[in-house]
Structure formats: C-alpha cells, structure tokens
Design a protein around this ligand. Structure first.
Ligand code: BGC
Length: 243
C-alpha cells in the first residue's frame, strides 16, 4: 500500500510516496524549502502544493518538529510560535481534503527505523536520536513508542542540548566532526546515565556522516546509524498512518 509521507523540518519539507509493505520510497522525492516564517498557514499551503504535485488522493502522514498531543501542537522550538494550540490534523485535512495523520518528526523517524531500519531486530530499550536543525528523540521499549520525549531539550552545561550539539550548530559554528563529536558524546553520556538504553540509533542529516564521528564517541551502549538515513522521517510519517 502506498501512503504519502511528509517530513516537515526547520529548513526543508521533504515528501514521497512510501510503499508501507517494505518501507521503500516509491517515487521521486520532492524537497521544498520550509517557508519563513513557518506559520501554520504557510506550512499548510506548502503541504497542499505537495499533495497536488503528487496528484495524491490517498492517506497522508506528516512529521512535524513539535510535541503533538491528540492532534494539537503543544510546542514550537524551531517553527513559528503561532503553531501552539493549533489542531494540525484538522488544519491539514481541511486544506488538502485528505485523511492526514500527524506526529512528532523524531517519533516518525524512530517508527521507520524500528519497522524497517537499524532497529528492526531490536528488543529492550532503544533511543533514536535525530540531529538536524534541532535534536529529536524517540524512545522505544520493544516496538512500543513513548511519544513526544523531547530529550533534545535536556539541559547540558546549563543550555538545551540542541543549542550545543545539533547538526545546525555544527555547521553554524564551523565545528569539525571531531570537535562536534565531543559535544554529542557528552549528550549521549547524559542520555545513557538517565535511560540505560540497549541501543542508540542516530538519525537526521548527520547520519550519512556517521563514519566521521562514531569513532570519537566513548559511550558504552551499542550505537548504529539510521538504516534509512535521512529518509526515515518520510517513511515513518507514512508508517504512522497504519498504527
Ligand atoms: C523539537 C522536537 C523535534 C526536534 C527535531 C526540537 O527542537 O522540539 O519536537 O523532534 O527538534 O526536529
């Protein structure tokens, strides 16, 4: 079954039809720069453009970088604050005329990894960490997701972890992977001592460069790069429709 997966990020909105039988991307991806300001109206217009581009008439799954509880957006770290209190499921369903499912973007990436990627054989506790514009997390016990964990906001040396160790911070501050790895390692140690996971899966835009920083990490927990790399957000958004 093909479902349209959309990954709404701080810098780009990426979409593709996903074959949910095997988690593969079923047609060329579309990438659109995230409108600024990233207000509900601006994003909803972009989502409508995307569904029109694919002539889509079926179900749609969307990941948004925010806490989403019962369809309502509760936080807005890297998107416009007008999102807070918005019923995003209603907004996008009305705008596109389609059945739309929405969840946190890191939760979406996590679902994809647990179904089709690096976590497909995992048992115990898995913590998926995505580093991009911000840092997102998805916590699993077995295949059961604890949604909206927001551990990228954990305080590290008095600052939110994502303000120190996201991929965007690395680029902005011109840090080498070796220097950035020290910060990311520090963060993973904090997660390790609080959650004692059996496995870390590292996703987001930095996952493709894992060979450049994994050797500099000193955590004890097993760690794997996201098997689906940065496509996990799209694939997981589509997967979420079936849950
Ligand atoms: C947001 C999370 C999101 C993460 C990754 C954070 O700033 O608060 O909801 O999962 O960025 O995009």
């Amino acid at each position: 079954m093909n479902i349209l997966g959309i990954d709404i990020g701080g810098s780009a909105i990426k979409a593709a039809p996903v074959n949910t039988d095997n988690g593969s991307i079923a047609a060329d991806r579309l990438r659109i720069t995230t409108p600024h300001p990233a207000t509900p109206t601006a994003i909803a217009n972009t989502i409508a453009e995307i569904t029109a581009h694919f002539n889509w008439t079926g179900a749609v799954g969307c990941g948004l970088p925010a806490v989403i509880r019962n369809g309502i957006v509760c936080t807005a770290a890297n998107i416009d604050t007008k999102w807070i209190g918005t019923n995003v499921v209603e907004l996008l369903s009305v705008k596109t005329g389609l059945q739309v499912t929405v969840l946190n973007d890191a939760d979406a990436a996590g679902l994809a990894e647990m179904h089709y990627g690096a976590g497909s054989k995992a048992s115990g506790t898995t913590l998926v960490v995505t580093a991009g514009t911000g840092i997102g997390t998805a916590l699993f016990r077995g295949n059961a997701l604890v949604p909206n964990t927001e551990l990228g906001h954990l305080l590290l040396h008095g600052k939110r972890a994502e303000q120190i160790a996201s991929a965007a911070v690395r680029t902005r501050q011109g840090l080498s992977y070796v220097d950035w790895a020290k910060r990311f390692d520090d963060y993973l140690h904090r997660l390790e001592e609080l959650f004692w996971p059996d496995l870390f899966i590292i996703g987001g835009e930095i996952s493709k460069d894992h060979a450049l920083f994994f050797p500099h990490l000193t955590i004890k927990t097993k760690i794997l790069p996201a098997g689906l790399r940065n496509d996990a957000g799209i694939i997981g958004a589509a997967t979420a429709v079936l849950r």
